[in-house]
Ligand binder design. Sequence first.
Ligand SMILES: C[S@@+](CC[C@H](N)C(=O)[O-])C[C@H]1O[C@@H](n2cnc3c(N)ncnc32)[C@H](O)[C@@H]1O
Length: 275
Amino acid sequence: MENYNALVENQYHTPGLFEDILERLNQQELDVNKVSRANISGVDEFHVRGAEVSLELAREAELENLKVLDVGCGIGGPARMLADQFNCRVTGIDLSQEYIRTAQGLSELVGLHSKTEFLQGSALDLPFKKGSFDVVWTQHVQMNISDKGRFYSEINRVLADRGMLLYYDIFRKNSSEVNYPVPWADNSSISFLGTIKNMDHILGELGFLKIHTTDQTSKAMQFLADLFEKLKMNGPPKLGLNVLMGKSTREKLGNILKGIEEEKIVLQSGIYKKQ
Ligand SMILES: C[S@@+](CC[C@H](N)C(=O)[O-])C[C@H]1O[C@@H](n2cnc3c(N)ncnc32)[C@H](O)[C@@H]1O
């Protein structure tokens, strides 16, 4: 487990990330005392379709004023959106200490630190009591997790009765391997794409009720195609996902697009309810 955690942390390791983001804001001549969520939206949601898909998913549920846990929160963009637009109190947990430090810094920067908190920890051993949250939110995390049973059991444990699981994830369609690197793994050692059927089976066994799912595959494909077009025309943005993935950004995102085109992977978002 130690070794696995280190491998995942290393995959996302971006030294000095918060300072790098500040520097890039400075280069755009933005006053760091007046930074808004919109100013950092290109970088702070680390999944295909960024802020747009999170807002769509949040609007599908009645989330106002709820207590939310974001499992694998990254640098906290979705948590801040839920706090800001839905008045939720959001706790984010992530294996990466650097991401947690950056999430805290960015929440402070945009004035959402009183409604969001972030801590370093594992999705497989959530440091919360049974029934602590109304909602568990997770996006693009389970691809790094081999023990899906434990992942969803931990989510089930910390959810209150009638609580909701909201997810947005990448799944495999068949047994074919994706091409590496992808954003979540440089090789197969930390890549564990599951099928939608398997997730549905585990959640059903845990007693969850499926409320709603949305196939995100074609929108993801369009998003990636548009992104490559923009990269070709304008080069890397000042503050985009390239800040998190560096030189391999095109290759990693290109391999997701290829995986979709070759019908190896699909993307889905959805809502399940704990009974
Ligand atoms: C692709 S990023 C997505 C971040 C965030 N959910 C978002 O959409 O902006 C995947 C995140 O999952 C985290 N992660 C992967 N495995 C984890 C685990 N076992 N426990 C906690 N976090 C994990 C990584 O550290 C990384 O921040």
